[in-house]
Design a protein around this ligand. Structure first.
Ligand code: CP
Length: 311
């Protein structure tokens, strides 16, 4: 693997999921692979799980890890040809090449503006790192995608399913803040590549990009969509068409124990209790959110392993 910036960078998904589950059973099997190799993690935004699980994954492979909260460093300019007499002190052209000298792999987290759709869809932060870095790039959640989370979700469903083709429902939930579409985008794309029966449910106006949903079933009736579900993945996202706007805060969309039925409850975390999902769900054995967060380590580890093997 050269980079992991999108799900399509995985050449064999089923083998990669199997390998991640094997790494979980024996996390130090490849502890020499990353000797004298350094992962530099760059955070333009907050993180708990991605930061710790990716660091743990790298260390399980014997890598050194350096972390930079980019907001503590010089402001980076991403536009080409700009007269840099404003707030930006350093251009991505220099920054990416300099960081590449300290790193064997660079991982980047950079959320969308949720104000400028074209700019967000250009993935200007991630793509400029790909363009100007001289080492592999890993996406730790970009403007439009969170492929490490989606891989952890696929590992979780693969571990837990009791059916050849489980029914998986992605259900929108209310939230007081405007959130990105990155997690649902990557979850939908990942499920389209697994042997699952996928349904998406959300209020009208919350349609994800048609380039993501393709021919996946979308049902605006949450109760109907949830019937016979085996896995229910709950997530808020802001409107894609009315870009970045909150159109609905109807608390009836919150996930409850009654609505969940016998399904397993999934969420990428962090989650707002009794807004997105009621306590009774998160505190029940049907919730697999802690397992999902654990699987973030093995998702990151299998990706870093595949990258290190090609260095
Ligand atoms: N799910 C996830 O990416 O968590 P963090 O934002 O805490 O990294």
């Amino acid at each position: 693997m050269k980079n992991y910036t999108k799900i399509k960078d995985i050449s064999n998904l089923s083998e990669t999921i199997k390998d991640a589950i094997l790494l979980k059973m024996n996390p130090f099997e490849f502890q020499d692979l990353g000797t004298h190799k350094t992962l530099v993690m760059l955070f333009f935004n907050s993180s708990l799980r991605t930061r710790l699980s990716t660091e743990k994954a790298a260390k399980n492979l014997g890598m050194e890890v350096m972390i930079l909260n980019v907001n503590d460093a010089w402001n980076i300019e991403f536009e080409d040809g700009t007269i840099m007499n404003g707030n930006s002190s350093e251009h991505i052209k220099e920054a990416a090449q300099v960081i590449s000298q300290y790193a064997d792999v660079i991982a980047v987290r950079a959320f969308p503006t949720l104000q400028d759709k074209a700019k967000d869809e250009s993935e200007y932060v991630l793509n400029n790192f790909i363009k100007y870095s001289t080492v592999p790039i890993v996406n730790m959640e970009s403007a439009t995608a969170h492929p490490l989370q989606a891989l952890a979700d696929a590992i979780t469903i693969t571990e837990l399913t009791e059916k050849v083709k489980p029914k998986v429902v992605l259900s929108w939930a209310p939230h007081p803040k405007a959130l990105p579409q990155a997690v649902p985008n990557s979850f939908v794309e990942m499920m389209q590549n697994l042997e699952v029966d996928l349904t998406i449910t959300h209020p009208e106006g919350y349609e994800l990009s048609e380039e993501v949903t393709k021919n996946t079933i979308i049902n605006h009736n949450q109760d109907e969509a949830l019937k016979n579900a085996d896995f229910v993945y709950v997530k808020n996202w802001s409107s894609y068409n009315d870009y970045g706007k909150i159109l609905n805060q109807d608390e009836n969309w919150m996930m409850t124990k009654t609505k969940l039925g016998k399904a397993k409850f999934m969420h990428c975390l962090p989650v707002r209790r009794n807004v997105v999902v009621e306590d009774a769900v998160l505190d029940s054995e049907q919730s697999v959110v802690i397992r999902q967060a654990n699987n973030r380590t093995y998702a990151a580890q299998v990706v870093l392993k595949q990258i290190l093997e090609e260095l």
